[in-house]
Write a new protein. Structure first.
Length: 286
């Protein structure tokens, strides 16, 4: 487990800020709108409300959230990466503490506005964690474990879990809050989709006369290989090479800039890839 002081300091500061934003999203929006976010956070809030409604006991968010994350954190340490999981554990603990510290302070009672802006802030906090190579915990650990270690698409499993969570919330606390929670989760997911693109793939078709150098740049930047097709330009009938490669969405912009520096005359077609089968390198978590 190697430490990079500059990188890890930035990672730490991002983790703290993201934890504060998550806590604000919960106390200012989720609690005010009686919403149920996804993941372990949603389960924690649901259990809190069940205890309060049916037993008259107000359970601390921190106690429940940390307890429910013990097994996912174990999965992280055991199978994913110790440093990555350590920062994720810090996020879980800080979010839990800040959530108990911040008083409930709704800024509006319009449930639609609460769902929209709460989802935006919640999604921003999660995206910040992901970009800092950490996570907010819970189902994220299971998702990473299934996708990277088992080669299984975890989306359907996590979606099914969240649906069950919302159905339970609807039965116990009313369907309005459950339906508005869907809006919250949708907004959160869209923000993550826009700001964090490592899990997305981009296909690059590069027509160039510097194929070997372009391939070297792709490999040095991304650890991904490329395939060279030898061809001919249809207008001048000059020899051309087509470099084909698939990289992560986060890396595509950097690769394109480097290719333009290597061969300013290169023609580049970048296409969003929806599915990749076969060996595709994913940087392991530290």
């Amino acid at each position: 487990m190697k430490w990079d002081r500059r990188k890890d300091t930035k990672r730490l500061l991002t983790t703290i800020l993201a934890s504060v934003l998550m806590a604000v999203a919960i106390r200012v929006f989720v609690d005010a709108g009686n919403l149920v976010p996804g993941g372990i956070t949603g389960l924690t809030i649901l259990i809190q409300r069940i205890f309060l409604k049916y037993a008259g006991v107000r359970m601390p968010f921190s106690v429940l959230n940390i307890a429910l994350n013990i097994f996912p954190v174990y999965i992280g340490f055991r199978y994913i990466g110790k440093k990555f999981t350590g920062f994720s554990l810090l996020t879980i603990v800080l979010t839990s503490i800040f959530t108990d510290m911040i008083p409930e302070m709704p800024i509006t009672y319009d449930t639609l506005l609460i769902a929209l802006f709460g989802g935006l802030i919640g999604g921003l906090s999660i995206a910040m964690c992901l970009r800092a190579d950490t996570t907010s915990g819970g189902t994220d650990f299971f998702g990473i474990y299934l996708s990277q270690k088992k080669g299984v698409d975890s989306f359907d499993y996590i979606l099914a879990y969240n649906v069950v969570l919302l159905v339970i919330a609807g039965f116990l606390f009313g369907w309005d809050s459950a339906l508005y929670s869907i809006v919250y989760q949708f907004c959160s997911t869209q923000v993550i989709h826009i700001l964090y693109r490592d899990y997305q793939q981009q296909t690059l078709f590069i027509v160039t006369t510097q194929a070997d150098r372009v391939c070297e740049e792709i490999y040095s930047l991304t650890d991904h290989g490329a395939t060279i097709f030898h061809g001919e330009g249809s207008y001048e009938h000059a020899p051309k090479d087509l470099v084909y490669s698939v990289v992560s969405g986060q890396q595509a912009g950097q690769v394109i800039r480097k290719v333009r520096e290597t061969d300013p005359a290169a023609f580049i077609n970048s296409i969003r890839t929806t599915e990749v089968k076969g060996k595709f390198f994913q940087k392991p978590k530290d």
